[in-house]
Design a binder for this molecule. Structure first.
Ligand code: 26M
Length: 807
């Protein structure tokens, strides 16, 4: 149901808000004031809609899912909500009367960047689907005061600046003081015998108040509104009056600072674990507040917890919220006096877990001592779970110590969060077919043998209404004309677009649309002082910077072309622009070196008037959701070149294909399923498979032998030592050839290099055949049908959460 609000009513709503908040008329308002006012008007419309929806939800007493995630990469909200409410036209009209341009107002909204990359963006795409399809659901996360840092590049070096999003982003948040909970840290636990048996007594703890800030997310063309509940930490009035009276203001305020530190900033590492105490406190803070909230809501509705797991599913997105398992145990045991066995069964049947990475450096393991010191009661429960699980395995696999040790939650003084998740939940899934297979055969093979029924796959998806309909209106109009609008509700219908694969007029329109989007993007970059030729091929690699994603392999390819052109400036080559967008974790040396290499290579090429006619390299600063929304529709080549077996799924790959880009990539993550969807003839696959990679490691991989024996590789690697734009990249040369501990090139760039070059050349040849290229592009758009997040969510709902939409 779209909102039925006339332009006139809307005008009144906006005028009232302007007068209430600023005491001004619409004619007097500036753009920032008008943006905030429109946002407030949307919030009011959403609140009414939510009230109706929540009544329906309550009446139907359906099972609900709670999605716990340390990150939600929301991006902007105004456009998304107006689109989903079906009110864009009305807003545009009203604003025009006062000489405001809605598109310009959109630009005034800061991104809510409460996430690092794929994991957080996936969570946000899922909220859109949950709301649209009217599943009873709620998301929980932390309201970081600073989201992911803003990136600036100075002379090739990445600089990190704080992301100040709340002034401007705060209009979307509704503070709910009435729903605050207290989270306890530190202190001591004693066990005491009472008449009712053994009791635990928790004393000397510190308390922090968790206050929810709700963000409403409208479903598209539906009655649904999803709530993303973001917790902020507030000091529990511990103001030290004594110190204050003595004039020691710092000490008087001290406690407050500590509490509020918890939600100060998002940790900026992606796929890399660092055992920082504050991060652990953030995780427990999220988990404890959310579980208390879930339990209190459930009790309010049903008056008992006996039906808890029938009515509630709790999903943990990666291991970061894993402590919700012992936290739920704790409450069931200590506050509601369930037996250990009953509590254990209730927890397992409620919780499900998604794994997002197989990288060993990303696996969370926390020192036992730290957990014990921070949350002594939780520690005791983890110990109990560990003992009972090991006992069970001991009975099943007597004498198999090695196996039991691998499956234990606690080992060598470390608590392994992934094992806790697998043991404490009823479902474990990977995020693409290949990734889920690797979980079963490698990462969790012991668990898979013991409880194969727990393991399943749910391939990722993306919010196609956001990433096609909103981001690419030109393509959307063409799709609407060709296949009708049904695909907006049912992504599967995108497949109907295949019918137009021989229609020359449609294929030409596809090319025109791409060019127009490229021109838009070039103009946008022009405003930022970056000049891009919209008539060159847009070859895009946009994702977090990580060794396994192999931005370096892409650079080596570009250097190879660069050297070819230096050797023969008359070489015929269609003009290409290589666009990179990536943030590196601030402490990640090699990632920052790769950014520096890209930057200096770019500067080097810019200085050569002949070269830059053919190849240009552009590093796009500060990649974020809003930039991605402009970039995806303009991309022609999608670089998905991770070392096979390492990228759990990828989701940028899906967004680019849906916008008509062709993929050059390895058989990794969801690329494998893209390949199934479009076939070999519509994709450029190269390099080793995950199995080849395993075999190569087993045989012994020597990067230096590639360097010494392959001429093209030698030439490219040598050029790193000579350097670009006057800067040597000996660090990268050493990384590739010498290695830190004797392992050079740990992500096998050199092993895949020649095949990559060859396939890139094939791609350029195809590009010259415009008809063929457009046809391939069309097959990719149609093939994206299976990657709608709606489909992922239906998979979760049916196979894992056991929930159904409201009716
Ligand atoms: C861990 C500890 C401390 C601070 C941060 C982290 C951390 C944060 C994010 C670790 C991993 C994080 O994200 C992992 C991630 O984004 N994985 C990606 O998930 C996507 C969605 O499933 C997949 O498409 C990508 O392949 C996968 O890399």
């Amino acid at each position: 149901m779209q909102s039925t609000l006339t332009s006139k009513q809307l005008g009144v709503l906006i005028k009232n808000k302007l007068s209430r908040h600023y005491g001004i008329s619409a004619e007097e308002a500036d753009r920032k004031q008008m943006y905030k006012t429109c946002a407030r008007a949307v919030v009011e419309i959403l609140s009414d809609k939510r009230t109706r929806y929540y009544q329906k939800l309550k009446d139907q007493e359906k099972k609900k899912v709670y999605y716990l995630c340390m990150e939600f990469l929301v991006g902007r909200s105004l456009k998304n909500n107006l689109y989903n409410l079906g009110l864009e036209k009305e807003f545009r009209e009203v604003l025009k009367e006062w000489n405001f341009d809605l598109e310009e107002l959109y630009e005034d909204e800061p991104d809510a960047g409460l996430g690092n990359g794929g994991l957080g963006r996936l969570a946000s795409c899922f909220m859109d689907s949950l709301a649209t399809m009217e599943y009873p659901a709620m998301g929980y996360s932390i309201c970081y005061e600073y989201g992911l840092f803003k990136q600036k590049i100075v002379d090739g070096w990445q600089m990190e600046l704080p992301d100040i999003w709340l002034p401007g982003g705060d209009v979307w948040l509704n503070q709910r003081n009435d729903l605050a909970f207290r989270v306890k840290f530190n202190g001591h636990v004693e066990e005491i015998w009472t008449n009712d048996g053994l009791k635990t007594n928790y004393t000397d703890y510190d308390e922090v108040e968790a206050v929810p800030y709700d963000m409403m997310i409208s479903g598209a063309n539906s009655e649904g509104v999803a709530i993303l509940r973001l917790w902020r930490a507030r000091d529990v009035d511990k103001f030290d009056m004594k110190s204050f009276a003595k004039g020691d203001y710092n000490r008087a305020m001290n406690e407050k600072m500590n509490a509020e530190l918890i939600c100060k900033v998002l940790y900026p590492s992606d796929n890399h674990f660092e055992g920082k105490t504050l991060r652990l406190r953030q995780q427990y803070f999220l988990v404890s507040a959310s579980i208390q909230n879930i339990i209190s809501d459930h009790l309010q509705q049903f008056g008992t917890l006996d039906n808890f797991s029938e009515k509630i599913a709790i999903h943990i997105n990666d291991t970061h919220p894993a402590l919700c398992i012992p936290e739920l145990m704790r409450i069931l045991l200590d506050d509601y006096h369930y037996s250990w066995e009953n509590a254990y069964n209730m927890v397992i049947s409620t919780v499900s877990y998604t794994n997002h990475t197989v990288l060993s450096e990303a696996l969370e393991t926390w020192p036992e001592e730290l957990i014990k010191q921070q949350f002594p009661r939780i520690y005791g429960i983890i110990q109990g779970m560990n003992e009972s699980y090991c006992q069970e395995m001991w009975n099943r696999y007597p004498g198999e110590w090695g196996k039991i040790e691998r499956m234990a939650i606690i080992s060598h003084g470390q608590i392994r969060m992934a094992n806790l998740c697998v043991i404490g939940s009823s479902s474990v899934n990977g995020v693409s077919k290949l990734h889920s297979d690797i979980l079963k055969s490698q990462v969790f093979s012991d668990f898979y043998q013991a409880s194969s029924e727990k393991f399943t796959n749910v391939t990722n998806g993306f919010a196609h209404r956001r990433w096609i309909c909103q981001a690419n209106p030109r393509l959307t109009r063409l799709l609407d004309d060709c296949i009708g609008e049904e695909y907006k509700k049912d992504g599967r219908k995108l497949a109907d677009f295949k019918r137009y694969s021989d229609n020359r007029s449609i294929l030409r329109q596809l090319r025109d649309i791409k060019l127009a989007n490229k021109i838009d993007f070039s103009n946008l970059m022009d405003q930022k002082g970056v000049s891009i030729d919209p008539h060159s091929i847009f070859d895009v690699q946009a994702k977090r910077l990580h060794e396994y994603k192999r931005q370096l392999l892409n650079v080596l390819k570009i250097i190879s072309l660069y050297l070819d052109l230096k050797d023969d400036p008359n070489l015929v080559m269609p003009p290409q622009t290589f666009l990179f967008a990536a943030k590196a974790a601030p402490g990640y040396y090699m990632a920052k070196e790769v950014i520096r290499l890209i930057w200096h290579l770019s500067a080097d090429i810019e200085k050569d008037p002949v070269l830059r006619e053919k190849i240009r390299v552009v590093f796009l600063e500060n990649y974020c959701v809003t930039m991605a929304e402009a970039l995806m529709p303009a991309a022609e080549i999608s670089e998905q070149i991770s070392l096979a077996g390492k990228e759990a799924s990828g989701t940028g790959n899906m967004k680019m294909m849906a916008n008509g880009a062709l993929t050059i990539g390895t058989m990794d993550g969801a690329n494998v399923e893209i390949f199934e969807a479009v076939g070999n003839e519509n994709m450029f696959i190269f390099g080793m498979s995950a199995e080849d990679v395993e075999r190569k490691w087993a045989e012994g991989y020597e990067a230096s032998s590639y360097y010494h024996n392959k001429e093209k590789i030698h030439r490219v690697v040598e050029s790193l030592r000579r350097g670009f734009n006057g800067e040597s990249f000996d660090s990268i040369y050493r990384y590739l050839i010498v290695g830190d501990f004797g392992v050079g090139d740990p992500y096998m760039c050199l092993a895949d290099f020649e095949d990559y070059l060859k396939v890139h050349q094939q791609l350029l040849d195809v590009y010259l055949d415009q008809h063929k290229w457009n046809q391939m592009s069309l097959f990719n758009i149609a093939g994206a049908e299976r990657f709608a997040a709606d489909r992922s969510i239906m998979d979760y709902a049916r196979n894992i959460w056991n929930i159904t939409p409201l009716h």
